[in-house]
Design a protein around this ligand. Structure first.
Ligand code: DX5
Ligand code: ZN
Length: 214
């Protein structure tokens, strides 16, 4: 079963409420919320006031992807503002274990993220405490980029590790997901799919959701 998380960065911000209602009606599994700080990634996106607005408009799970340096400084704040799931990059802090524990202590689902250039081995020590791994399939910072095919083998490696170590985490992919790359990632073990430009380029959200779920 594929879970679809449209990335709100590609939504129409002038009509955000209508967009969220349309996403709910379409049957998506949650909303992906990309936070960028202009330091960890070369772009600045959306933050707490928009999260408050989105939270007030929906009961759908909100999946907050923190592309910020030293995310532990903001985990409690994003939890208080309504995130249901929070993911942090292993490359963005010297204290990844502490950051993930902070998410768990806030009773939110904890995700660890790896960039295309980061090997799976770097997150081995935290696989036991997380709820999901987010495998970036583009370099973070922008929507609309091309899927990096080599990342699919990292998804497979994680699926194999999960089975051999008898762990429970889910595998999410983010970046360049469309109706072809979603199948490639699903075959390799991903179950959660973030989609920005591909999804919002369609007018009929229900149809594209069903198409992606296959
Ligand atoms: C990239 C973001 C993604 C992005 C996805 O840094 O983390 O969530 O918005 O957009 P597409 O699907 O267009 O690659
Ligand atoms: Zn993202």
């Amino acid at each position: 079963m594929k879970k679809i998380y449209p990335s709100l960065l590609s939504a129409d911000f002038l009509n955000l409420k209508e967009e969220i209602i349309a996403l709910e009606t379409a049957g998506v599994d949650g909303l992906h919320f990309d936070v960028m700080d202009g330091q960890y990634v070369p772009n600045i996106s959306i933050g707490l006031p928009i999260l408050d607005a989105v939270r007030s408009a929906t009961k759908l799970p909100i999946d907050v992807h923190l592309m910020i340096s030293n995310p532990e400084n903001y985990i409690e704040t994003f939890a208080e503002h309504g995130a249901d799931m929070i993911s942090v990059h292993v490359e963005a802090t010297p204290h990844i274990h502490r950051a993930l524990q902070m998410i768990k202590n806030a009773n939110k689902k904890a995700g660890v993220v790896i960039n295309p250039g980061t090997p799976v081995e770097t997150i081995m020590p935290v696989l036991e405490i997380i709820d999901y791994v987010l495998v970036m399939t583009v370099n973070p910072g922008f929507s609309g980029q091309t899927f990096i095919e080599a990342c699919a083998s990292k998804v497979k490696l994680l699926r194999d590790l999960k089975q051999s170590l008898n762990l429970q985490f889910d595998i999410e992919v983010d970046g360049g997901i469309n109706d072809r790359t979603i199948d490639l990632c699903a075959e390799n073990g991903a179950t959660m799919f973030v989609t920005g430009s591909y999804f919002f380029n369609h007018d009929d959200y229900k149809k594209v959701t069903q198409h992606l779920k296959g």
